[in-house]
Design a protein around this ligand. Structure first.
Ligand code: CA
Length: 223
């Protein structure tokens, strides 16, 4: 799950970036409206956290342009406590939800989870036999119990589970785990797949390598 974070306040941006990353999202962060607009033209995100008071281009305008392109990516706007008018305007031009600063990080995470869940038609769990991926709480369960898994391993597993029994190309997996802080090569994908195998193979799950293409997670019990 990829989130674009648009916030010009350095401290807040860094805190949010870190919180979202630890919640299991791949995060790209930008500091002004023009960068946000350019970034959104180029890439696909599962959710956008958008501050309204931004240099270059304000958040309302970024949102207006996004919706004018018929892009329905869920948007959570961040506004100042006294910014009622701005907030109303944001909702009018197509924001899905808002948070008033200051807010608690768990609330931000919960709201983003809810937005993504709504956008995906309410599908919050992917499952393969006794293995379940809970998209809302960002956890992986085996026989109903959470297993120890890193955010990037989870992203890879998510991509594989979304196309269960089908090949997921390696570059797609690399995209899934990359953000601007760390350009991810195909070697990294191999590393994370290796770690996933170590965790899942003892439980009867098979991740097959399709040479020259990518990986495939077999349906449980069909191996
Ligand atoms: Ca601001």
């Amino acid at each position: 799950m990829r989130v674009l974070l648009v916030e010009d306040d350095v401290q807040l941006r860094e805190a949010l970036h870190q919180a979202l990353q630890s919640a299991g999202y791949s995060v790209d962060a930008v500091a002004d409206g023009r960068m946000a607009d350019t970034t959104l033209l180029a890439g696909a995100y599962d959710a956008i956290v958008l501050d309204l008071g931004l240099p270059q281009l304000d958040g309302i305008e970024v949102l207006r342009r996004l919706r004018a392109r018929s892009d329905s990516t869920p948007v959570l706007i961040l506004s100042a406590r006294d910014g009622i008018e701005q907030r109303v305007q944001g909702l009018k031009v197509g924001a899905d939800d808002y948070l008033t600063k200051p807010f608690a990080l768990p609330e931000l995470e919960a709201r983003i989870g809810a937005l993504i869940r709504r956008a995906s038609g309410g599908q919050i769990r992917l499952s393969n036999g006794p293995l379940e991926l809970d998209m809302t709480h960002r956890e992986v369960l085996l026989d109903g119990k959470p297993i120890d898994i890193s955010a990037r391993e989870m992203s890879i597993l998510e991509a594989l589970m979304q196309r269960l029994g089908q090949v997921v190309i390696k570059t797609r997996l690399a995209q899934q785990i990359s953000d601007w802080d760390s350009e991810v090569g195909s070697n990294a994908v191999e590393v994370y797949v290796h770690r996933l195998r170590k965790k899942l193979e003892p439980h009867g799950f098979v991740i097959r390598t399709i040479h020259g293409l990518g990986y495939l997670l077999e349906r449980h019990g069909e191996a």
